[in-house]
Design a protein around this ligand. Sequence first.
Ligand code: SAM
Ligand code: DTB
Ligand code: SF4
Length: 334
Amino acid sequence: MNNVAENNAADFAVSHQTGNKTVQKWTVADIIALFEMPFSDLIHRAQTVHRLHFDPNEVQVSTLLSIKTGGCPEDCGYCPQAARYHTGVENEDMMALEDVVAAARAAKEKGASRFCMGAAWRGPKQRDLEPVMKMIAEVKAMGLQTCATLGMLKEGQAEQLRQAGLDYYNHNLDTAPEFYGEVISTRTYQDRLDTLEQVREAGMNVCCGGIVGMGESRNQRAGLIAQLANMATPPESVPINLLTQVEGTPLCGTEPLDDFEFIRTVAAARITMPASHVRLSAGRSQMSDTMQALCFIAGANSVFYGEKLLTTGNPDTDADQQLFDKLGIRPEGI
Ligand code: SAM
Ligand code: DTB
Ligand code: SF4
């Protein structure tokens, strides 16, 4: 049977030639049209694309560690680590190298293939970068892929991180350009794009996504996906975070996002960034196994693994093992 909705959706993206490379550009309207597809058609299309690029039963597994918690000068309206909000998160010193190494070893033993170190900074000062580079080198030497999320990078810092052995740098666009100013005022969208450019120029993999459920519109969710999908090279990893509402942050009390809308966002990311890992990121603690299974079917193929994200909870590893067993999912690279 010819399915009109699906066939129309297949024609959305415009292909054009640049040199010998075909680049697919997605307009926000194209992506809105994906969101508007009948749910089954959208999921079918996302699964079809997913199976062309990945083993549908493999999920990439990353463990997060907050190496410098709290006291951040920025004003991101979702974040429990911003010093200006009273969330109960204390300003801590940077972790000692041996404690980071021990956490990475434990993550590896539990089955993680990537270890991501996060710091509550606007960006790293040069004196901060030295100890972080040692952490990266030691984690890398353990045979784990390395990732860091340290805020905005200044000229030359991405190169230093790469030389220390950093495989991925996480820096999120967070939302669509039009909604961004409602959430953050202390750094601009362009600042974020500039950091991402530095990461690319240094030859590292880009991990870049955003947060949904912050009160943005569907058009703005589509706008975020368009920004990511239209990058000259789309991010290798795309974290889709569901806002974790933390008491004391300005976004606490926001109307929760409908589950199907979240799944549609995952599917739109999968379709528009077919070769990227789409990570089901913050928010899994609040999701049922069934909801997570639908997200995997919609094309999510990466998770944060370990009982904590940075400051908030994540499913414990036993629960994730049971979920993977129920679904026949294997952790990638294990
Ligand atoms: N300070 C650095 C920065 O902002 O780039 C790195 C750490 S920051 C906590 C990394 C990302 O975590 C943010 O860009 C945001 O997308 C996500 N995040 C923070 N708080 C969150 C929350 N409450 N719910 C969902 N995602 C959140
Ligand atoms: C990302 O996109 N999500 C992670 C990671 N990158 C650094 C962080 C989620 C943080 C959730 C709130 C917290 O635990 O503090
Ligand atoms: Fe600071 Fe990052 Fe939190 Fe923004 S998201 S307040 S920059 S730790």
